[in-house]
Design a protein around this ligand. Structure first.
Ligand SMILES: [Cu+2]
Length: 479
């Protein structure tokens, strides 16, 4: 009896150990140090291109991120100070959310001083969609330390592209952005058409509900019949929204700050705006007025409201893959120097010791994810594929990429330049860009809670070294 019991016990013990020991190993392997250098994490992926043996992962010589700045001898054309506070259960920039709209003209050197009054976790400002020098990208632990209460940080960049952009915190961003730490940024072309009425609308859902420019309901803009309008829509939320126009036909003038080539008139179709994305709509106000609905919760009305009831969302969607007319993109994506996969999945595992179902990049869990390695001047192609059960608005910092194909269908319209690309469940995209902005750049999901759950990877240039650590004395926590 004793020996049989002993054998049973031994078997049970062995079975338990067989289960627990590997789990323990996976748990232990998943633990992220309190402080770490991003360049020391993950696995280098050279995308089938040449491997630079002197390239920085960690500890290699090169240009530190902190030195990748705008020329220090150029004086500022636009100078702003933005004071950030925690108040009223959320965050404000200069006492309001959204913060002030920053306006510049293409070619201006923009200099913004961020002052953190009392945000205990610290904060930063990221210039979403602007291809700034790396040191001005505003990502805590990647391009700077979090700015703690009482501290300041100066951002300097040349606004090289006219378009609609926005700024937001990239420190504990899944809380700070949601709770109001953001604002709009418009870079005007050298010769703006003074006849056109410009309106910016930031779409945001606070805890209290959906808003436009911080207010619920309908935003009414005075406009006479015959008035040309450029409506700059910014989706500052974690989920996709869409816009539809009642009262007139319209054009999609720009997507993610890049003009569409020869946009044709649209009627009876909605325009999708991914999280973080922007769309500029153009139209002429007719006698009866124009109404632009946003997600069915808020609207902008120009002149009188042409709808007697809230208009339904059209079933049709503007397909940016075929919208507008082709034009040169300035490089040859057919023979790229590097070709990367960014395959998004989901599987059980441990993320920093926490068991759960987590996002994966190429089958790997953060921080054991690919580090996409490039050399300056490379033509780079990414294949983004979403095999998970949720949609992901993918945002690459520091670069604009052109969409080559969706689900194997080649793009036939205007060059579709993106920095915030919705990759739906089961969808795949091929995008291409020129690696022309050296640094260490985030390439992550802009559904910010997803990023906090590990849907984050980075693009790293050979010859660049990291200057900051996640964690550390300032508690850097980019997601
Ligand atoms: Cu996501």
């Amino acid at each position: 009896m004793a020996s049989r019991n002993g054998r049973r016990l031994w078997l049970a013990g062995t079975a338990t150990a067989a289960l627990v020991l590997p789990l323990g190993w996976f748990w232990q392997q998943s633990l992220v140090p309190d402080t770490y250098d991003l360049a020391a994490m993950g696995v280098a992926d050279w995308g089938g291109g040449p491997v630079d043996e002197h390239a920085a992962m960690a500890g290699m010589p090169g240009t530190p991120v902190a030195e990748l700045t705008a020329p220090p001898d150029i004086s500022a054309d636009i100078r702003e100070t933005l004071v950030v506070r925690a108040e009223g259960g959320g965050y404000t920039v200069d006492g309001a959310s959204p913060g002030p709209l920053i306006e510049a003209t293409v070619g201006d050197l923009v200099e913004v001083t961020l002052v953190n009054d009392n945000v205990a976790d610290g904060t930063t400002l990221h210039w979403h969609g602007v291809d700034v020098p790396n040191a001005a990208d505003g990502v805590a632990g990647v391009t700077q330390d979090a700015v703690l209460p009482g501290e300041e940080f100066v951002y300097r960049f040349v606004a090289e592209q006219a378009g609609t952009f926005w700024y937001h915190s990239h420190q504990v961003s899944h809380e700070q952005v949601q709770d109001g730490l953001f604002g709009g940024l418009v870079v005007h072309p050298e010769r703006a058409d003074a006849e056109v009425l410009e309106q910016v609308a930031l779409v945001h859902r606070y805890d209290d509900g959906p808003t436009l420019n911080g207010r619920p309901g309908t935003l009414t803009v005075d406009a006479e019949a015959g008035q040309g309008v450029r409506l700059r829509l910014v989706n500052t939320d974690n989920g996709i929204t869409s816009a539809w126009v009642t009262g007139t036909e319209f054009q999609v003038l720009a997507v993610d700050g890049s003009d569409v080539n020869e946009p044709e008139p649209v009627e009876g179709a909605a325009v999708r705006i991914p999280a973080g994305g922007r769309v500029d709509l153009g139209f002429v106000v007719p006698d009866g007025g124009v109404r632009v609905d946003l997600g069915g919760t808020t609207a902008v009305v120009f002149g009188q409201d042409p709808a007697s009831a809230r208009p339904r969302r059209p079933d049709d969607v503007v397909d940016l893959l075929s919208y507008g007319e082709p034009a040169a993109v300035g490089f040859e994506p057919a023979a790229p120097d590097r070709r990367f996969d960014y395959i998004i999945g989901k599987r059980p595992g441990f993320l920093d010791g926490r068991p759960g179902l987590w996002w994966t990049v190429n089958g790997r869990l953060f921080p054991d994810v690919p580090m996409f390695m490039v050399s300056e001047g490379d033509v780079v192609v990414f294949r983004i594929e979403n095999n998970s059960d949720d949609t992901h608005p993918m945002h690459l910092h520091g670069h604009h990429a052109v969409v080559l194909a969706k689900d194997g269908v080649t793009a036939t319209g205007s060059p579709w330049w993106v920095d915030s690309l919705e990759v739906g469940v089961g969808e795949s995209y091929e995008i291409a860009f020129v690696a022309d902005n050296p640094g260490l750049w985030m390439d992550h999901c802009h559904n910010l809670p997803h990023a906090a759950e590990g849907l984050v990877a980075h693009l790293m240039y050979a010859g660049v070294t990291s200057s900051f650590v996640v964690g550390g004395d300032d508690g850097n926590q980019p997601e």
